[in-house]
Design a protein around this ligand. Structure first.
Ligand code: KG4
Ligand code: ZN
Length: 334
């Protein structure tokens, strides 16, 4: 149980991130290099460009993480990396870098699941109490995950079409915001004085699944309707309507699942967990029933390597190491 240093790498999408974490929880550095300025002009992440950018930055970001942690590379005891899911070319860069470091330093390699990372970002800000329920809301994922015990994940609900973040980004584009537009929609919704009430997609009464593509279409239809009438659409009222519909559905389903499975804690995570409206609503609903809630800081919500270190720490403590034939997996179950 002596102190150990973990270097973690995350390159599953458009952030090149490297972190140095002591004993699985003490973040010494968490460098995030975003490629978003490059991808923005294309209105989304271009996989081929993402891979090339990761190649350009990975060694520089490793050096920066080491420098900021004020350690030397030789002090690293293990290397963790996001194995999947994500963009295959992007994942490969991180996996190859991690293997090289593991080989050169002769330390264990730990392949990690991206969503386990988002969930265990919560372990960096507080103690997780089991059973816990994680509401995972990101650009690529929308899932309700039951954690009966540490490191044991059971998906009880997932999106059947768009992920929440994806829906936010598509709506943001219709509202003429740059990519990724989630934060702009959030801000506009907060400022709005009017609301265009939009449908809520509850699906079957006993289902914990989600669907957001109909809601996204409803926003687009409203915009078209206004334009057909020669009026200019009320973007802020639409942003508020969209945000309220999303928040209602995800929080009501999360609270219902929390009750049904008798969890002792709620965990919110993923990029959309940075959403102010969602954070506030979930905090208030959990407060009403006395259910403890953890939400990572905004930096730990969006893609970052410290969260990968937090998830890898579970495997370190169990001695579950990967071998050098670790494969990057674009599709990987939790
Ligand atoms: O977890 P993440 O960094 O990447 C994935 O693994 O997908 O999530 C990024 C997503 C984007 O869709 C972005 O628009 C959304 O999170 N996002 C937000 C907010 N901040 C980031 N969506 C709504 N409100 C926000 N404040
Ligand atoms: Zn993510």
């Amino acid at each position: 149980n002596s102190s150990y240093l973990l270097l973690a790498i995350e390159t599953s999408c458009d952030e090149t991130s490297v972190a140095v974490v002591r004993d699985g929880r003490n973040v010494l550095s968490n460098i995030i290099s975003s490629q978003i300025d490059t991808h923005r002009q294309f209105g989304g992440v271009v996989p081929e460009i993402a891979s090339r950018k990761h190649v350009e930055s990975i060694t520089i970001i490793v050096e920066e993480a080491i420098r900021e942690a004020d350690i030397s590379l030789e002090n690293i005891d293990a290397v963790a990396v996001t194995q999947g899911p994500g963009l295959i070319g992007a994942l490969l860069v991180g996996v190859v870098a991690a293997k090289s470091l593991s080989l050169a330093l002769d330390v264990p390699l730990i392949g990690t699941h991206h969503i386990a990372g988002h969930i265990y970002a919560n372990h960096l800000i507080g103690d997780i109490v089991y059973p816990a329920l994680a509401l995972v809301v990101s650009g690529g994922h929308t899932e309700l995950v039951l954690l009966e015990q540490e490191g044991k994940f059971r998906i009880i609900g997932r999106t059947r079409d768009d992920a929440v973040g994806e829906a936010y980004d598509k709506v943001a584009r219709a509202l003429q915001f740059p990519y990724p537009g989630g934060p702009y929609v959030d801000k506009l919704a907060q400022e709005a004085t009017e609301e265009v009430v939009l449908p809520r997609s509850w699906l079957e009464p006993d289902s914990y699944d989600f669907s957001f593509s109909g809601l996204k279409s409803a926003v687009l239809a409203e915009i078209n309707r206004s334009r057909m009438k020669g009026e200019s659409p009320d973007f802020s009222a639409l942003a508020r309507g969209f945000q309220n519909s999303v928040i209602d559905v995800v929080t009501v389903k999360a609270m219902k699942a929390a009750k049904e499975f008798g969890v002792k804690q709620m965990l919110l995570c993923g990029g959309v967990a940075a959403n102010k409206g969602l954070r506030e609503r979930l905090a208030s609903l959990c407060g009403d029933v006395g259910l403890p809630l953890l939400i990572p800081t905004n930096k730990l919500c969006t893609d970052n390597a410290a969260m990968i270190a937090a998830a890898a720490d579970l495997k370190w403590r169990r001695g579950e190491f990967s071998t050098l034939d670790l494969k990057a997996e674009p599709i990987l179950s939790l």
